[in-house]
Design a protein around this ligand. Structure first.
Ligand code: NAD
Length: 352
């Protein structure tokens, strides 16, 4: 438990800045000192909440009470704001995607070294319970050797009509949702090398930025992962589909409804073929009920407040930062490989 009271300044007080404010309000040891937003209406909203709205960025950055700054602006200004905050001696948490490319990210990492400041990214979906459940299934070998994982998020509303539709501001679904799903997979597999990446992007509802993508990732550990984001899917596929030699796990949605089905015996005799209108198949015939078992998922509970608790512990030198710079860089390089693969229609050798 933290001994000190930390004060955080929020730069960019839109939807996500306000989400952080609500979260921080419920975390012991951390207090919002104030916000800065370029839009007066957002400053007015902060004042309605009895939160100080700084008149400009230097005013926030020169407040000695503030030790930590959250950057929750559109993606194109993360770099400049984070670098100014670190130069002013503040530790920085940046929203995802941390930057628009690896070159910019390297400059930010260099600034954190130069000024000796903590710098990390809000990869909050590492705390998603559906993800942690899949991670547990993988780590405990529940399905025998896993050979394929499919991770998807799909909606049907297209992309919100704000800066998310502008390429130069860091719009598009690879940077928006891809950054979460790709980070989850790299984090889950840890040291295992990602050998190959192949990806295609979609432009169904939006010609300016990608409104979805499919990425195939082939890991050295023998697992093939399919990561998919769609924004024009009126029927969604399951959030997770995990295939092992001994069974299959499915998680339908963020509410973690799903199951594990595994084999309990051989079902190779007396198979009743399935007759379809135009043919016959034994291969695709369903298994006999007595040769499979369906189990509940080993649900994992988590608390996203642990993200900030870890930051406070790291500022006090009691813990290492959970979301590490090397991991952040690897995800950024992977997103670049996704763009390159789709542009050049080829498989990218990522880590060989
Ligand atoms: P938003 O448009 O709702 O809010 C952005 C705010 O930043 C606006 O109020 C805008 O006026 C302000 N702003 C713009 N430029 C600024 C500047 N130079 N200085 C100060 N304020 C500035 O966007 P959002 O949905 O809140 O997204 C913000 C960030 O949070 C993005 O990076 C986004 O990718 C990220 N995000 C993360 C999650 C998550 O789950 N981790 C979810 C949503 C958004």
């Amino acid at each position: 438990m933290s001994q000190q009271e930390f004060m955080i300044g929020i730069v960019g007080f839109g939807g996500m800045g306000n989400w952080h404010r609500e979260l921080i309000d419920s975390i012991e040891g951390l207090t919002v000192a104030g916000i800065y937003d370029i839009k007066e209406e957002r400053s007015a909203y902060a004042r309605d909440l009895k939160i100080k709205a700084y008149a400009n960025l230097p005013a926030l950055l020169s407040d000695p009470k503030i030790g930590l700054v959250l950057i929750a602006t559109p993606n194109d200004v993360h770099k400049s704001l984070a670098m100014q905050a670190m130069a002013a001696g503040k530790h920085v948490v940046c929203e995802k995607p941390v930057a628009l490319n690896s070159m910019d990210l390297n400059d930010m990492i260099e600034a954190s070294r130069k000024y000796g400041r903590l710098f990390t990214v809000h990869q909050n979906r590492r705390w998603d319970e559906d993800f942690l459940t899949v991670k547990k299934v993988y780590e405990e070998g529940r399905l025998g050797e896993i050979f394929r994982i499919e991770s998807r998020v799909q909606g049907s509303r297209g992309i919100p009509g704000d800066w998310r539709q502008e390429k130069e501001r860091g719009g598009g679904m690879v940077l928006d949702w891809g950054v979460h799903l790709l980070d989850q997979i790299l984090y889950m597999f840890g040291e295992s090398k990602l050998n190959y990446v192949y990806a295609t992007l979609t432009n169904v509802t939006n010609q300016l930025v990608d409104d979805g993508f499919t990425a195939w990732l082939t890991f050295e550990n023998g697992i093939e992962v399919l990561v998919e984001v769609g924004t024009n899917n009126f029927v969604s596929l399951p959030r997770w589909y995990v295939l092992g030699v001994d069974g299959t796990a499915v998680i339908k949605d963020f509410n973690e409804s799903g199951k594990i089905v595994s084999a309990v015996g051989k079902d190779d005799k007396d198979v009743v073929p399935v007759r379809t209108a135009a043919g016959l198949t034994k291969t695709m015939a369903p298994r006999r009920e007595d040769t499979i078992k369906a189990e509940e998922l080993p649900l994992v509970k988590s608390d996203v407040k642990d993200f900030y608790r870890n930051i406070m512990a790291a500022m006090e030198g009691r813990e290492e930062v959970r979301v590490k710079l090397a991991e952040i860089s690897r995800v950024m390089r992977l997103m670049e490989a996704v763009f390159q693969s789709s542009r050049e229609h080829k498989v990218i050798e990522f880590e060989t």
